[in-house]
Design a protein around this ligand. Structure first.
Ligand SMILES: [Zn+2]
Length: 429
């Protein structure tokens, strides 16, 4: 679904009721204990897709029920808000499992890129794919995301890198979003890389991006992004792209400080980007600048884990500066082929140094802020979308602790069960 399809208007009678929740994670500290706003023995009621009550079951007011209310029992299990994946590259054709295997044998990422692999290879495969292939591949990945509990997801273009193919990628994404319950936030990433054919004319590519690609793509996107790093775009080139995007009404995001201290984080803060993503190299001053600008740090622990860099974003530095944290899968064919936010939460804890509470908050409320949907999704408080995951477990801690299995017993988007509806249907706990 696209943001425009999200139900709006005043709530009517309650048409969704989930009771018997052993542990409810609201991600609204005003509603319960601790930073996650945890409520024991809870219920969630919704009308027209939005939450009207989330709290102790015994304190639920006498709400008007619709005649066809969908009432479920959680059987004492835990419920968390639907996951928000703040950073994906879902629209691509072709896979790169052989490069992954080569990396395990010691070939570096930048080495593979220089040998014609990496992003350039996926660009060739994506350009060669038919519209139908691109749409189907994108929809299949959205299907996996929702099966693992993701209900809102940011997705970027960036494997087309021509006017036609960037536009085609965003059209494939819009088509897949229409055919999926996942709410998709689209980002234009024509500045993923300077494509091979412009290797000797970087300025020529940026001219094309600014004057032809952006006008063609901006109507299909919410954000503009650039890969500001070694081997990709410079700070000056990234600034040009984000400023051009802003003239087309697109808010900024930035791939920053992944491969080195290359100035991307400072640029994201300077331009007031909604998010700066990766941030494996970050000093105190850069973190403070992000906090002051209100720029959310999107951490992608799956990528650093799979690249075996031995490096994670410096969580203490981010914490100390008070930067809002978000998580994303970075789902892409090269460095992290993964649609599961559950695995990302586990990696954020065991590899990235976050506490389970920080990781769950970053995968829901924090990620919602990183995609411009703060307060509307990623938390279960009155007025927010009724997007939730009924876990096959008693505690949110299972997301970090019970590794590598799918704990999404049921998934609800906008008050509609989109996975596992028969598990507990009809039970009133
Ligand atoms: Zn990325």
């Amino acid at each position: 679904m696209t943001a425009a399809q999200v139900p709006a208007g005043p709530p009517g009678p309650v048409d969704f009721l989930l009771s018997g929740i052993g542990q409810l994670v609201t991600c609204d500290p005003a509603l319960g204990e601790g930073p996650l706003g945890v409520v024991e023995r809870a219920a969630v009621a919704a009308a027209g897709g939005r939450v009207v009550y989330a709290g102790p079951e015994r304190a639920m007011p006498d709400l008007e029920m619709a005649g066809d209310v969908h009432a479920f029992g959680a059987g004492g299990n835990a419920v968390v808000p639907g996951f928000v994946d703040a950073h994906t590259h879902l629209v691509f054709a072709g896979e790169r499992a052989d490069e992954f295997a080569a990396r395990l044998r010691g070939v570096g990422y930048e080495e593979a890129l220089a040998a014609g692999g990496g992003i350039n290879r996926t660009v060739r495969d994506t350009r060669a794919a038919t519209d139908a292939e691109l749409r189907r591949a994108t929809l299949d990945r959205l299907g996996l995301a929702v099966a693992y509990g993701t209900t809102t997801l940011e997705a970027k273009s960036g494997y087309g890198l021509t006017v036609t193919d960037e536009r085609r990628s965003l059209e494939a994404l819009a088509w897949a979003a229409e055919h999926s319950p996942v709410e998709v936030v689209p980002t234009f990433l024509g500045a993923h890389l300077i494509p091979e054919e412009f290797a000797d004319d970087r300025d020529g590519y940026l001219e094309l991006l600014e004057h032809e690609m952006l006008p063609a793509c901006a109507p299909l996107a919410t954000f503009v992004d650039a890969f500001c790093d070694r081997g990709a775009l410079t700070v000056a080139e990234s600034r040009r792209v984000l400023q051009a995007g802003a003239r087309h009404g697109l808010r900024g995001k930035l791939h920053a400080n992944e491969l080195g201290s290359t100035g991307g984080a400072a640029l994201a803060a300077e331009l007031g980007c909604v998010s700066a993503d990766h941030l494996l190299f970050l000093d105190d001053a850069e973190a403070k600048a992000l906090a002051c600008a209100g720029t959310v740090a999107v951490l992608l622990p799956g990528t650093s884990f799979l690249l075996r860099t031995g490096r994670a974003a410096p969580v203490e530095v981010l914490r100390e500066a008070g930067v809002i944290l978000a998580l994303g899968t970075d789902c892409n064919p090269g460095t992290c082929y993964c649609e599961s936010m559950q695995l990302v939460i586990a990696l954020a804890c065991v590899h990235g140094g976050l506490t389970p509470e920080e990781a769950v908050l970053a995968a829901t409320d924090g990620a919602a802020r990183a995609v411009g949907r703060g307060g509307q999704v990623g938390r279960l408080s009155p007025g927010a979308a009724c997007d939730l995951v009924l876990l096959a477990g008693r505690s949110y801690l299972d997301l970090a602790y019970h590794l590598g299995v799918n704990l999404a017993g049921a998934v609800v988007k906008g008050g509609t069960v989109v996975k596992g509806g028969t598990v507990a249907a009809g039970e009133r706990a």
